[in-house]
Design a protein around this ligand. Structure first.
Ligand SMILES: [Zn+2]
Length: 117
């Protein structure tokens, strides 16, 4: 797997400038082999978002075990309150029952209600 540090941390001039938060993000990325936690699809630079399993607003920390990378659409599915939006993303991505299950697990962790579809 190729990890382009220059692109990923374009505002840093060297690895010495990486802080703990950067290191946690890198650890999360490598733990998932650069793939979406839910779908396993390869994450492209413009289509990935970092998710806090326990939201920062609920006391979640910037530690590797609380951070996962998701496809942007999957991340929206975790946080949306709209069943219609949820279904639209689900159909757009042709998600399996197991993938929907994993998204609902993440919704529970984020203190959101689950969607039965
Ligand atoms: Zn999130």
């Amino acid at each position: 797997m190729i990890f382009n540090f220059d692109k990923y941390f374009s505002n840093k001039s060297s690895c010495k400038e990486l802080n703990d938060n950067d290191c946690c993000r890198i650890a999360a990325y490598f733990t998932q082999n650069g793939c979406c936690y839910v779908t396993g699809r390869v994450l492209k630079e413009r289509d990935r978002e970092l998710h806090h399993r326990l939201p920062k607003s609920l006391g979640g920390k910037d530690v590797p075990e609380n951070l996962i990378y998701l496809l942007s659409a999957i991340h929206k599915m975790v946080h949306t309150d709209s069943l219609e939006d949820f279904k639209n993303y689900m159909n757009e991505l042709s998600l399996s029952t197991f993938e929907i299950f994993k998204i609902n697990q993440l919704r529970i962790e984020a203190h959101k209600s689950i969607f039965i579809v």
